[in-house]
Design a protein around this ligand. Sequence first.
Ligand code: FAD
Length: 369
Amino acid sequence: MTNVAVVGCGVIGAAIAYELSRVPQLKVTVLDRQPPAQGATGAALGVLMGAISKKTKGRAWQLRQSSMQRYETLIPEIEAIAGQKIPFNQQGILRLCFAGDDLNKWQELVEIRRSQGWQIEIWDSAQLQHQCPQLHNHRIIGAIYSPQDRQVDPLALTQALVAAAKYNGVTFKFGVAVEGVESTTPQPSIRKTCHQIHTSNNLSLDIDWLVIAAGLGSTPLTTALEPSVDIRPVLGQALHLRLPQSLGNADFQPVITGDDVHIVPLGNGEYWVGATVEFPDETGEAIAQPMLLEKVRQEAISFCPPLAEATLLRTWSGKRPRPENRPAPIIEPLIGYSNVLLATGHYRNGILLAPATAQIIRNLISPAI
Ligand SMILES: Cc1cc2nc3c(=O)[nH]c(=O)nc-3n(C[C@H](O)[C@H](O)[C@H](O)COP(=O)(O)OP(=O)(O)OC[C@H]3O[C@@H](n4cnc5c(N)ncnc54)[C@H](O)[C@@H]3O)c2cc1C
């Protein structure tokens, strides 16, 4: 058997654990200092902006495309193994267009997506009004509707991935932090090999592969290994609102997004609204600013006025792991090591990109066994 340790059990670590659990020769252990999905994952809205994103080529599009394709099979697969229902909105994403938006650019995207096998539509304001009478703003000139895009509950998804991976034989250790890593350098010119990790409960685990899926915790872990990856926090706040009934047409409840504010339907008149994007200050800290959350609420009300009557059930915040000075995400071997893989820095799209990330990690490990 080949021993793989995965550090971190947010959506990325959990998706990797499940994908690796399908490779018979692997013995996988996942360690997290918290219960599953307590980092960025637990704060996410789960909006999967695939076809509607402006990425059309290269790695950014490939990751999105393979994640979206995998989600369609992954959700029923893990629901069946875990025996848990995962809220998965298949009514698409509706992105509002405002005065000044270049609809020709969107027409170009419609053509590109058609050639790639994806369907998106441009709606004029009359069609939008007919489908979503709750939306009112004189600046709205139409919308882009992407029926194949999705939204998933990040906590339910992560918990089901954990349950399915457990069923397939993966060991999870929660409440256990990875504090140290032992490696050997056979010769100065040859890449180092990690052979053991040390944990907060004084355990040592012998390993053949180490996967670092620790979000913001990836920086201290790799600082010990060298070279370190620089991942910084970008804070996001969001709201949970309740109305007496669903907005607009109860049978058509897509995610609605305008000016980078998402309205995420949860059913029964409940909605998530978010999120702020708050960069760290000069000390590296990102502290939630209440007025920025209020600005997001007001923006949502500006194009969806019935939200002004909603009851506030909850607010929360989380920190997105963003790589400094390089594109997100980082899915690659750690430089200088033969058996350490990074799956981190997913910034604003970790829920979207978790399935593709897990497939890449599986492909990096499985040819080697
Ligand atoms: C408000 C908000 C809204 C968002 N909305 C969306 C969205 O709509 N769509 C989307 O795709 N993405 C969204 N995101 C981004 C998404 O949440 C992240 O990209 C994703 O959750 C990152 O997952 P992760 O598993 O890498 O990190 P995390 O979820 O942060 O998990 C990392 C885990 O590693 C553990 N850990 C760290 N160090 C150690 C250690 N030394 N030992 C043991 N365990 C360790 C932590 O305890 C943690 O559980 C949003 C984020 C926020 C904050």
